[in-house]
Design a protein. Structure first.
Ligand SMILES: *Cc1c(COP(=O)(O)O)cnc(C)c1O
Length: 427
């Protein structure tokens, strides 16, 4: 067991060697008193976004008014798509940006079930993000009454063995849908293996990349992925409620139809024909007018990820999560914490999950210290998970060191007892 002093020295040394260390200065706030470990829920504000939004509002909207559609806005979604495509290992004409993740998930799940209409089995798992499961349940109750949702159950609440996928898939399976990186435990599926297993049965796979886009290299093309959705306000730092993205492999695009036939998915939206004709491109998954202000705000976040390089970010994130894991094992496990993420770094995304029966009050003590300690912002997922989102673009090793020390103090000194159990609406 390494001493606290030795972890402190290691953290300092790792920060000095960090080639990405300057990126943190591209983000607000520059306040050293706040350690932000919630980039997996809402990424930080890139400083450039302030000036950019100001310009879009005052110049493009304020001065140029409607003329800005042709001058700036019509090309925006494609420019963003091509940047996201580079981050998730796809081609620019396979990515659409717009709507939110849930709406995009609905469009693609609906399209896939229609396309595979002679099959009636849908497979997912109980580690998946609830919204995705609600959407599937809605599709079955409102549109696909003959379908069943078959849930794979995790044995440990952390991961799912690939064997379970092998066992559950068959020729009746229309759709398999999973989170690439699971929101609670950070378990990461091997996308290549899963796609290959599913394709043996011609099952379509819909990936949710919300916790992997911008945090781990995603290789949609290389692994022959069918479909994916993801959000941009987490590791991509696009801003609260920033538009999401969807991906459909090129050869599938003409086979899948958007169930919401709005004018932006029409072949000629500005011809104002009275009959719908779907576009042939990925833009057929558009619905209506995009939210220009929130789309514009996304670009600096994407640029910073591309500048840093997703492979470099992954290396740093793995080093950081390994460092933190070692410290957790040395200094927290004996205090009632348990490690609720996969043990091996390569099997997890960029956050760590810890469980403690006082998890909620511990997270409150981290966020609102009463003893002058730095503010530390993790997040909490019921019943007792504290998630520590490591964002390698702006978190330092020293911050991770301080977080573990702070958690230790909160428990050793029973500081959490100073907080009540009232749960806020957003945690
Ligand atoms: C955050 C997240 C979402 C968000 O969905 P919205 O429709 O953008 O609110 C969806 N899926 C997963 C796995 C997520 O982590």
């Amino acid at each position: 067991m390494d001493s606290i002093e030795s972890f402190k020295n290691q953290a300092g040394e790792l920060d000095r060697l960090d080639t990405l260390s300057a990126f943190r200065y591209h983000f607000a706030p520059q306040d050293e008193q706040i350690i932000y470990l919630d980039g997996n829920s809402l990424g930080k504000l890139p400083i450039r976004t302030n000036a950019l939004l100001h310009k879009v509002v005052t110049e493009q909207w304020g001065q140029r008014m409607i003329r800005s559609w042709n001058e700036n806005w019509m090309g925006l979604s494609q420019r963003l798509s091509s940047k996201i495509a580079r981050i998730i290992g796809a081609e620019p004409d396979e990515v659409f940006v717009g709507d939110n993740t849930s709406a995009n998930f609905y469009k693609l799940a609906f399209a896939a079930l229609k396309f595979q209409k002679e099959r009636n089995k849908i497979v997912s798992d109980n580690l998946n993000f609830p919204s995705d499961l609600y959407l599937l349940q809605g599709l079955v109750s409102h549109h696909f009454a003959d379908h069943h949702i078959n849930m794979m159950l995790s044995d440990d609440g952390i991961s799912i063995n690939t064997k379970k996928i092998e066992e559950i898939l068959d020729h009746k399976t229309a759709l398999l849908t999973l989170s690439h990186v699971v929101f609670k435990s950070a378990f990461m599926y091997d996308m290549g293996i899963v796609n290959e297993l599913a394709h043996k049965y011609n099952t379509l796979v819909l990936w949710d990349l919300s916790h992997s886009g911008g945090s781990v290299p995603v290789r949609l093309n290389e692994t022959n992925a069918d479909m994916a959705v993801g959000c941009t306000y987490k590791y991509l730092n696009g801003g609260p409620g920033a538009p999401a993205y969807l991906y459909v492999r090129k050869d599938l695009q003409e086979k899948l139809f958007n169930p919401i036939q709005g004018w932006f998915g029409h072949n000629e939206p500005f011809a104002f024909n009275l009959d719908y004709k779907a576009r042939r491109s990925i833009e057929r998954f558009a619905v209506g007018t995009p939210g220009i202000l929130s789309m514009a705000a996304m670009e600096p976040g994407l640029d910073l990820i591309l500048e840093a390089g997703i492979e470099n970010l992954r290396l740093k994130s793995m080093a950081q999560s390994t460092f933190m894991q070692q410290m957790i094992y040395s200094h927290l496990i004996t205090l009632g914490f348990s490690f609720a993420s996969p043990e091996e770094t390569q099997h997890r995304g960029s956050h760590l999950s810890l469980q403690h029966c006082e998890g909620y009050r511990i997270s409150k003590a981290m966020i609102s210290p009463k003893d002058g300690s730095p503010i530390i912002i993790p997040d909490f997922r019921p019943p007792n998970n504290i998630r520590l989102g490591i964002a390698p673009l702006y978190n330092t090793f020293t911050e991770l060191f301080e977080t573990v020390i702070r958690m230790r103090t909160i428990v050793v000194e029973e500081q959490y007892k100073l907080y009540n159990e009232t749960v806020e609406e957003v945690t």
